[in-house]
Ligand binder design. Structure first.
Ligand code: ACO
Length: 332
């Protein structure tokens, strides 16, 4: 038995924030951001709107696209690094918004690789469990926890808010559609290179004023060059690994959907793999890095704009904080 994507949905907030808008708040420029990251604009949620709110909208759209009622969803997997609360998991806040009390739900905390880990888990649950319609959603509201100051500008310019979702179901019998293979990795030796230490409450009391005085503790911290160097090696490596496991080659791929961390990272990955740029989707220019939501948002866009069709071989690949990285191949 295979699992396949029965339907998808995207939701991004209406509010567009351009590079020039950011340049009014701290020392940066449209030119610097475009040149280093490819980003032109991103979306920000309004105050009071959280990750589970965006996730709900994407979920409703995915269910409609799949042709199912919300009450047919029988498992919820939610990837995020910007949870509604430190605990419990954000899936527990999403579930009642969908009126799905009793349905099992869990958070995946694999950051930018969250949706790829989630797809792997959904595939396994379909193969081993009784589930028919798993909601897999990546959702992020980064904008409420970014440092709009010169000291935080390297991180702040990169991230945007948004959500993308899929309904993952058992593939119709005899269909070529469905997940073919996955490859997952992590190397926690790099965990402190890209992290958010504010909620280190198991080690440091939250009220420790001295601890919070450090910008590195109070705001997301990123060693950008180190992340860049690892990403451009790990992403091509894991694409080759996942293809080899089913005897496919780079030429077999109809669409590569890389995590949208930085357009320059993806350009390196594309040239290193030797894949034709028209077989790759990038939309970071309009949404920034939406972490766990970036792959479903990009894949959904490719489905809707005709860049990919039913039965095409799609490869999803991500790299993110942890470090975590992974790839999935599927026939759409
Ligand atoms: N605007 C203007 N100047 C800036 C900004 C900014 N937003 N941010 C940093 N600078 C300055 C720095 O202060 C520095 O100035 P200095 O030379 O006077 O000291 C200069 O620009 C160069 O800074 P670097 O950090 O060395 O810039 P770099 O060329 O490495 O680019 C960037 C930074 C874009 C973050 C890059 O390292 C990168 O893309 N790394 C990958 C990280 C990434 O994509 N993370 C995404 C999240 S993780 C994930 O999804 C995988």
């Amino acid at each position: 038995m295979k699992s396949y994507i029965k339907g998808m949905g995207t939701y991004v907030p209406d509010r567009i924030v351009t590079n020039d808008d950011l340049a009014k708040r701290f020392d940066t420029s449209d030119e610097w951001i475009r040149q280093r990251t490819g980003i032109e604009e991103r979306r920000y949620a309004e105050e009071g709107i959280g990750t589970s709110d965006l996730a709900k909208e994407a979920a409703v759209r995915a269910a409609a696209d799949a042709g199912i009622e919300i009450e047919q969803i029988d498992f919820i997997i939610l990837g995020t690094l910007s949870p509604d609360h430190h605990f419990p998991g954000t899936a527990c806040y999403l579930q009642p918004k969908l009126e799905l009390a009793g349905v099992p739900c869990l958070d995946i905390r694999q950051q930018c690789t969250g949706w790829v880990y989630g797809m792997t888990l959904a595939d396994s649950l379909i193969k081993t469990g009784p589930y028919q319609n798993i909601l897999l959603v990546g959702s992020e509201v980064h904008s409420h926890a970014l440092h709009f100051d010169d000291a935080g500008r390297d991180v702040t310019v990169i991230f945007g808010d948004g959500a993308g979702a899929a309904i993952v179901s058992p593939a119709p019998e005899g269909s070529e559609r469905g997940v073919l293979a996955h490859a997952l990795h992590a190397d926690g030796r790099h965990a402190d290179r890209l992290c958010y230490r504010l909620f280190d409450i198991s080690r440091i009391p939250l009220a420790d004023a001295e601890y919070l005085e450090s910008v590195e503790n109070a705001w997301p911290y990123m060693e950008g060059r180190h992340v860049f160097k690892e990403a451009v090696v790990r992403m091509p490596e894991v694409v080759r690994e996942v293809l080899a496991s089913t005897g496919h080659t780079i030429d077999d791929i109809d669409l590569l959907v890389p995590h949208q961390a930085n357009l320059r990272i993806n350009e390196y990955v594309v040239s290193s793999l030797g894949i034709a740029p028209e077989k790759v989707i990038n939309n970071i220019q309009r949404f920034g890095n939406t972490t766990a939501a970036s792959i479903p948002i990009a894949l959904d866009e490719a489905r809707r704009n005709g860049q990919v069709s039913q039965g095409d071989l799609v490869c999803l690949v991500a790299f993110g904080a942890g470090f975590t990285w992974g790839a999935v191949t599927l026939r759409l």
